[in-house]
Design a protein around this ligand. Structure first.
Ligand SMILES: [Zn+2]
Length: 267
């Protein structure tokens, strides 16, 4: 049954301002609560910051420019940029959108692993005509190539499909921003602990799959490469794999019942 709330719903720029206000409020809560999640996402979050700092410097030739093709730098640059945006989306309570960006990074992760496992593929990728490049290096083809090589596949069909289903492809069971204990859909700008934890872990893994192998194949001073690889290993080791944990530290799911009228929070 439709409820006739006695609240005037803002429109035009006022709606967008209210939306931004909710996102800002959610970001404040997200940062405050992150520190409570010591055994969960906080450790991973800080290590992710370190890896992204390295990745930023690598992608921008901070340590000097080798003057040759910047293929690896560009892929790491895309990763860094997407990851920084994803972190903001997580803060804003737009968890699905953060996962969509994470999936994009995961595609780069598989490609980077292919280049690491079979370096001649970099040249082939660069030199193929655009149409062939798209078909022969489509995400599914890259995955199959890794399988044929007997390599680790950072994003196998199962994990790739899972991310696609939650964040990209619409399907009959699509429910937006459902990262709570009661599978209640929300529309962003609302803090959800499960969303924060899952998204940070997923993002950490995706970033690691790109930056780790990139450091190994890049034209880079050995000490810098080793430092990046070490930071990436520490990042992966920090990832909490207990994603199905039903315990919440912040009780954010229960807040859904007490703060269900989105427009209640006035500017
Ligand atoms: Zn350069």
């Amino acid at each position: 049954m439709m409820k006739d709330y006695d609240v005037e719903l803002p429109e035009a720029t006022e709606f967008l301002e209210l939306s931004a206000h909710h996102q800002d409020e959610c970001a404040i809560r997200s940062r405050q609560t992150l520190m409570q999640l010591l055994s969960k996402a906080w450790n991973t979050y800080t290590k992710l910051g370190t890896v992204l700092s390295f990745a930023d410097r690598f992608a921008s030739c901070f340590w000097g420019c080798h003057g040759r093709e910047h293929v690896i730098e560009s892929l790491v640059g895309r990763t860094t940029s997407s990851a920084r945006a994803a972190i903001r989306l997580i803060e804003f309570g737009h968890y699905d959108e953060a996962l969509a960006l994470t999936r994009n990074i995961g595609e780069i992760g598989n490609l980077m692993h292919l280049f690491f496992t079979s370096p001649s593929e970099i040249r082939r990728w660069l030199d193929l005509p655009k149409k062939k490049q798209r078909s022969e290096f489509a995400p599914m083809e890259v995955r199959k190539a890794l399988e044929r090589l007997g390599s680790i596949v950072p994003y196998d069909q199962s994990s790739y499909s899972k991310l696609s289903e939650v964040a990209i492809h619409p399907n009959p069971s699509t429910k937006p921003q459902t990262h709570n204990l009661y599978t209640i859909p929300t529309l962003g700008g609302f803090y959800q602990e499960k969303g924060q934890v899952v998204c940070i872990n997923e993002l950490a893994w995706a970033v690691a799959t790109v930056v780790g192998p990139a450091a190994k194949i890049a034209i880079l001073d050995r000490s810098k490469a080793e430092a990046i690889v070490q930071a990436t290993i520490e990042l992966v080791e920090s990832i909490d794999t207990q994603e199905e944990d039903t315990q919440e530290i912040t009780g954010s799911s229960d807040c859904l019942f007490t703060k269900s009228i989105w427009v209640d929070c006035n500017l």
